[in-house]
Ligand binder design. Structure first.
Ligand SMILES: C[S@@+](CC[C@H](N)C(=O)[O-])C[C@H]1O[C@@H](n2cnc3c(N)ncnc32)[C@H](O)[C@@H]1O
Length: 323
């Protein structure tokens, strides 16, 4: 498989339009969903294996130990729907916990990255009691399609793992959780993985690792724009920076211009000027207190069922049931 896969024309059209719009904002920004082309998804899988990025291992530990409790409230036949599935290894742990119910499990995978979908489909291919449908779509589009395709009977468990919720600011997270609730029926579930506030030095190592893998993940956005949007970003003239914003309790990732420069992005129809030290804000990762997660999700029509915390990495998995 080649890393430089060509995206369909409508994906490139949206990318070009949103880049032009968001680089005109102050501060300049690009939505984090664009970090995940084929190479971006592979680099993210490498980040998950770094000793300093503990989210994936913490969540997998909780799922391995408690998956049966997590699926227990959901009625048969169960449909699992994962938003932003990545490698599919976590949904596989939940599907495994459903095996002893002796019913087929339908799994809907929603991810903007074709590479993530391929990886997940391969991971789940080993499980003979599941049937898998992949949706290459944004969370919102995929949720709408998958909710329409679910069977009339049985329960649906939505998985929003890996602290993907942390990429949304507070109003947007509440709005998106309400959208999830509207797609569900009473008795359906939401399993939400969220990273907790922890010492700043730990957070900095997770988002600016000594091997430079996170820097490569961030800078690959420039490579992607050069390839897909006919841009002329000079990769040597931008640096990866992660900063902890204590007021908003989020880690921000930026691409910082190392000199004054103008970059042309042909397919977006713009020439973008950068001052020395000016940045493009590419991702936010909000960090939570356990109680905040319960309050946030309960405010949009869910009842809190249980919360499991990994004390080592300070990571929470919270299970909610739609009222
Ligand atoms: C941080 S990774 C987490 C993957 C996996 N959930 C895990 O816990 O390891 C985020 C995943 O969500 C996908 N993604 C990011 N933003 C998205 C969006 N707005 N709509 C759909 N998928 C998105 C990415 O392609 C990536 O596979």
């Amino acid at each position: 498989m080649s890393f430089a896969t060509t995206a369909p024309s409508e994906v490139i059209r949206d990318f070009a339009r949103e880049v032009a719009r968001d680089l005109a904002l102050v501060p300049k920004q690009i939505q984090s969903k664009y970090l995940y082309d084929a190479l971006g998804s592979s680099l993210f899988e490498s980040i998950c294996r770094l000793p300093w990025y503990r989210i994936t291992r913490a969540e997998a530990r909780l799922l391995t130990r408690r998956a049966s409790e997590m699926v227990a409230p959901i009625a048969d036949p169960v449909t699992l729907l994962e938003l932003g599935c990545g490698s599919g290894e976590k949904v596989a742990l939940l599907a495994e916990a459903l095996r002893n119910r002796r019913r087929r499990v339908a799994i809907h995978l929603i991810d903007i990255s074709p590479t993530a979908l391929e990886l997940s489909e391969r991971t789940l291919g080993a499980l003979e009691h599941v049937s898998v449908v992949g949706h290459r779509a944004t969370y919102e589009e995929g949720l709408r399609h998958a909710a329409r395709e679910r069977p009339p009977h049985g329960g649906l468990l939505v998985l929003f793992l890996g602290s993907n919720i942390g990429n949304f600011d507070s109003p947007a997270s509440q709005e998106f959780l309400a959208e999830i609730r509207r797609a569900l029926r009473p008795g359906d579930g939401l399993l939400l993985g969220a990273d907790l506030v922890k010492p700043v030095d730990e957070l900095m190592l997770a988002y600016d690792d000594p091997l430079g893998v996170t820097a490569a993940f961030n800078k690959n956005l420039l490579v992607r724009m050069n390839r897909e949007l006919d841009a002329n970003f000079d990769l040597k003239a931008f640096e990866h920076r992660a900063v902890w914003n204590p007021i908003d309790r989020r880690v921000e990732m930026h691409l910082v211009s190392a000199r004054p420069q103008t970059v042309s992005i042909a397919k977006s129809g713009v020439d973008v000027k950068f001052e020395d030290g000016e940045s493009i804000w590419t991702e936010s990762s909000y960090k939570y207190q356990p109680r905040e997660i319960v309050e946030l999700v309960s405010s949009v029509g869910f009842e809190s069922h249980a919360q499991w915390i990994d004390p080592e990495a300070r990571f929470a998995l919270s299970l909610f049931v739609a009222e």
